[in-house]
Design a protein around this ligand. Structure first.
Ligand code: NAP
Length: 250
């Protein structure tokens, strides 16, 4: 049986998460590819990893549902029997709205998926990785956004606030578990070419916003994955509580 480290990537079926899964496998991780509804996409990520000689499994679970999170980690336990890394990547936006137009249902869903889901997943990971629970240590990488700094006025201030919560959560959890063998860091992607913009009703957003980026282009999911894999890796052994902008200078 392989003793390669295991990483769980939430929202690993598409976009940045899928790029993280593929790169993690190339760098020797065994990968749990979580998805909410895109089963085919998740299985395609697993197939690509397997065909290249890696090991991966697709695990369905909505990180906005506590019971799904418990079941997802139990599936990782059953399949791999260990956990060394968590990438809290699953996240949603919504259609552009001003705050004075937002209904409570929208705001609660945004916070449940982006914030509560990430915190609950981190708790499950800590229970498996912390020396406090006889774990062998590990690394958590949270996916924030430059929106946490910029605020996303007239588009999705609720989303921006959810990502600011992720920044603070990263700092607090990093300090809480630093002496227990777990490093906790985050990346703040800028404008990245994925389906996320279409799901917020703005399919051309990445291309249209390119002139506002100092580097004059959107980033790719692979460029964000590179930063995430660095933070997961032993190369970042003295890095915790850090939040790395991956935003072309934005
Ligand atoms: P994406 O292309 O829309 O992919 C989202 C992924 O998250 C999919 O795999 C999706 O699964 C999964 N997901 C969504 N809701 C979920 C839930 N409730 N439970 C489990 N999985 C769920 O988005 P992306 O651009 O790669 O974004 C990934 C992360 O980067 C998000 O946290 C996002 O906020 C952040 N980010 C993105 C950008 C950008 O410009 N794209 C910028 C800054 C930050 P299904 O396939 O099953 O739907």
């Amino acid at each position: 049986m392989s003793d390669a480290p295991v990483v769980l990537v939430t929202g690993g079926s598409r976009g940045i998460g899928a790029a993280v899964c593929r790169l993690a496998a190339r760098q020797g991780w065994r990968v749990a590819v979580n998805y909410a509804s895109s089963r085919q996409a998740a299985e395609a990520v697993v197939a690509a990893i397997t065909e290249a000689g890696g090991e991966a499994v697709a695990i369905q679970g909505d990180v906005g549902t506590a019971a799904d999170i418990v079941a997802m980690f139990a599936a990782v336990d059953r399949h791999f029997g260990r956990l060394d890394g968590l990438v809290n990547n699953a996240g949603i936006v919504d259609y552009p709205q001003r705050v004075d137009e937002m209904a409570i249902e929208r705001i609660e869903r945004m916070l449940r998926v982006n914030v509560t889901g990430s915190i609950l997943c981190a708790g499950e990971a800590v229970r498996r990785m912390s020396s406090r629970y006889s774990g062998r240590g590990g690394a958590i990488v949270n996916v924030s956004s430059m929106a946490a700094i910029l605020g996303s006025a007239t588009q999705y201030v609720d989303y921006a606030a959810s990502k600011a919560a992720i920044d603070t959560f990263t700092i607090g959890l990093a300090r809480e578990v630093a002496a227990e063998g777990i490093r906790v860091n985050a990346v703040r992607p800028g404008i990245i070419e994925t389906d996320l913009h279409a799901s917020g009703g703005l399919p051309d957003r990445a291309r249209e916003m390119a002139p506002s980026v100092p580097m004059q282009r959107p980033g790719t999911a692979e460029e964000v994955a590179d930063a995430i894999l660095y933070l997961l890796s032993p190369s970042a052994s003295y890095v915790t509580g850090a939040i790395l902008n991956v935003s072309g200078g934005r």
